[in-house]
Design a protein around this ligand. Structure first.
Ligand SMILES: Cc1ncc(COP(=O)(O)O)c(C=O)c1O
Length: 385
């Protein structure tokens, strides 16, 4: 509770700042470059910490980075144009040709392709393992393993990894750890305190919070983020625009408040879904029936708005259900104000018999309205007790 109060102040309170004429919200420095009154002054730009060019540093983007580092308890943060920009930069900052990655198998799809397919071109191999099984992670480690990539909870089946145990295992073997912490946000999970090296977020989700901006961030130690800053940020150049940074700073002001609301709504919807006898599996780490609920309680201080369920193999029936929903709009993202639904699948062995999974994102609407919407859609799609 105490920790949460600090977070509220971190996002709502800015000190008076004469550099901005006392402006209460950080101004948008929408300038690609910064000029100098003399060559001598330009020559001293680095030592004086002056801004020169916005692909490297921009005051508005830096302000967002300062806040995100504080929220995650990291020394430094660097922002990117998207979450994938942040993930690619973080991964590339660790691996070299000939290296090996161990990655959890429920990881976000494009991150899986980056490590499992794309990086093969550069001689980097990846093994995907069941992240809930520490022994499977340990067994996958090779002498050339340089990175353990985590996502906890994952964003379709909500599988968790034991962050402290993973960090200790990796440190013992000199392996770097990266986690995608987008689901829990810095409000509800701070992986750096368990010894994870770098945290990535898609800011497109909860941090932006209004489905009108894309962004990403990597947070970690001065040393690791410094290296990434000199190389992947400036060389690949997928940097965040200052206009977007100001939108995300604005989003952060209400992040703790919105997360409470998403959590309460998702808890109510998850409990309702869990009470329906015609649903097979309702997956939400906040439910006591979640197989890793105990671990979730230990390493997270709250829950997000994303959950999923299964209801047999009849895809057409699920499509009828989804098409009947009025509050839930059909779409893939999450983290904004609006509730969303998408039909995805759980991959099973043998291939070809994948199980349809409905993913719901609980926005800021009244939970009662959402439950009424779901009830009506289940009925008209032919789901009965
Ligand atoms: C868990 C997770 N991580 C990362 C990303 C990538 O973020 P972005 O779309 O901002 O590149 C997403 C996007 O859906 C996501 O769901």
């Amino acid at each position: 509770m105490g920790e949460r109060r600090i977070q509220h102040s971190l996002v709502t309170h800015d000190e008076h700042d004469d550099r901005h004429y006392g402006a209460v919200h950080v101004p948008v420095y929408d300038s690609s470059l910064f000029t100098f009154p003399s060559v001598a002054k330009m020559d001293r730009a680095d030592e004086e910490g002056s801004y020169t060019y916005s692909r490297g540093n921009n005051p508005t983007v830096n302000e967002l980075e300062r806040k995100l580092a504080l929220l995650e308890g990291g020394e430094r943060a660097r922002c990117f144009a998207t979450g994938m920009g942040a993930i690619s930069a973080a991964v590339l900052s660790v691996v070299r040709a000939g290296d090996h990655i161990v990655c959890v198998n429920q990881v976000y799809g494009p991150a899986k392709r980056l490590m499992g397919e794309y990086l093969q071109r550069y001689g980097v191999e990846t093994d995907f393992v069941d992240g809930s099984d520490l022994m499977a992670i340990e067994a996958a480690i090779r002498p050339n393993t340089k990175l353990l990539y985590l996502e906890s909870p994952s964003s379709l089946l909500f599988e968790l990894q034991n962050l402290k145990a993973c960090a200790e295992l990796a440190r013992r073997q000199g392996i770097r750890t990266i986690i995608d912490n987008t689901w829990a946000t810095p409000c509800y999970q701070n992986p750096l305190k368990y010894g994870i090296d770098m945290v990535v977020h898609s800011l497109t989700k909860y941090a932006g919070g209004h489905s009108d901006a894309m962004g990403g961030v990597v947070i970690g130690s001065e040393q690791l983020i410094g290296e990434l800053d000199r190389n992947e940020l400036v060389l690949l150049g997928a940097v965040m625009q200052p206009q977007v940074a100001a939108l995300v700073v604005r989003g952060l002001r209400t992040l703790p408040l919105r997360m409470e609301r998403h959590q309460n709504g998702a808890m109510a919807v998850a409990a309702y879904l869990a009470s329906l006898p015609f649903l097979d599996r309702v997956r939400y780490p906040g439910l006591p029936s979640h197989p890793q609920h105990q671990l979730a309680e230990e390493q997270m201080s709250g829950y997000g708005g994303l959950l999923s369920f299964e209801a047999g193999l009849d895809r057409e029936k699920l499509i009828r259900f989804i098409d009947q929903l009025t509050y839930f709009r059909i779409g893939f993202s999450w983290g904004g104000y609006e509730s969303l639904v998408s039909l995805q699948e759980r991959i099973v062995d043998p291939p070809g018999r994948n199980v349809p999974v409905v993913r719901l994102y609980i926005g800021l609407e009244e939970p009662g309205d959402l439950i009424r919407d779901l009830t009506a859609a289940f009925q008209s799609a032919g789901f009965h007790d």
